[in-house]
Design a protein around this ligand. Structure first.
Ligand code: IPE
Ligand code: IPE
Ligand code: MG
Length: 237
């Protein structure tokens, strides 16, 4: 069986905390293990020919966690973006971010700007990191920009349809073909609501730090078996 390669894969990176707790470690250690896994897995996925990989790293709702955990995650993001700029650049990966700027700290915004500017002309796949991201927020922000463009004459409202709406989403990314949420949770948690409309969904029990290349290959086999109908009836008699 030849494995089908989706154009756009999205992963909700979940289960870092439980991974750590079950090993008697601190939640922070789970986040660090998740980061190490993501670094490897992102390259693996893009090398396979997946053109867009979106990952949910921090939701708008994650600001409701303890200050200690939020600060740890922000510091981890900054150090990773700084440390890994060359890593992704050498591998020809274009790094982009989806999410709201407010209330992110300036040092993290600077680190995000730096890695995206350095990698902006790379052609070996897009790695979209959703940070301070909310799916509803993205739709609201898109709608506001649409109103602006209608007012200043850049957009004729009559030409707006489902396809052109994508242009107003954070990075004008294509629809998601395959969405993976690790750790067995069966929900979307406000992730890419517009882009997920016809995605195939997959919910492995594995916690994200253990969701390695082998698990990813298993996921692709599952995707290959899916019959994507998009509302049509195939082989009707
Ligand atoms: C996902 O792991 C990472 C983030 C949300 C930042 P969690 O931290 O949600 O891990 P669990 O769900 O508590 O195990
Ligand atoms: C979703 O995971 C957000 C990220 C993975 C960044 P959560 O762990 O925050 O989601 P809930 O709270 O279980 O829905
Ligand atoms: Mg979680």
């Amino acid at each position: 069986m030849e494995v089908k390669i989706p154009n756009h894969v999205a992963i909700i990176l979940d289960g870092n905390g439980r991974w750590a707790t079950e090993k008697g470690k601190k939640r922070k250690e789970g986040h660090y293990a998740g980061y190490k896994n993501l670094k490897k897995l992102s390259i693996y996925a893009l090398k396979k020919g997946i053109k867009y990989l979106s990952v949910y790293a921090f939701s708008t709702e994650n600001f409701n966690r303890s200050e200690e955990e939020v600060n740890y995650l922000m510091d981890l993001f900054i150090s990773c973006f700084k440390k890994d700029t060359n890593f992704f650049n050498k591998r020809n990966v274009k790094v982009v971010f989806s999410g709201r700027k407010k209330p992110l700290r300036k040092d993290i915004l600077d680190a995000m700007k730096e890695i995206s500017a350095t990698t902006k002309n790379n052609t070996g796949g897009v790695f979209n990191i959703c940070l301070n991201y909310g799916g509803q927020a993205e739709i609201v922000d898109a709608s506001k920009n649409i109103v602006k463009d209608v007012k200043n004459g850049k957009l004729d409202l009559n030409t707006l349809d489902e396809k052109t709406f994508y242009k107003y989403l954070y990075n004008n990314l294509p629809p998601i073909d395959f969405m993976i949420r690790t750790s067995g949770e069966l929900r979307i948690s406000n992730f890419m609501l517009y882009e997920l409309s016809y995605a195939e969904l997959y919910f492995p029990e594995t916690y994200f730090p253990d969701f390695n290349e082998k698990e990813f290959d298993k996921a692709l086999i599952e995707y290959t078996k899916r019959d994507r109908r998009f509302g049509k009836i195939k082989n009707a008699k």
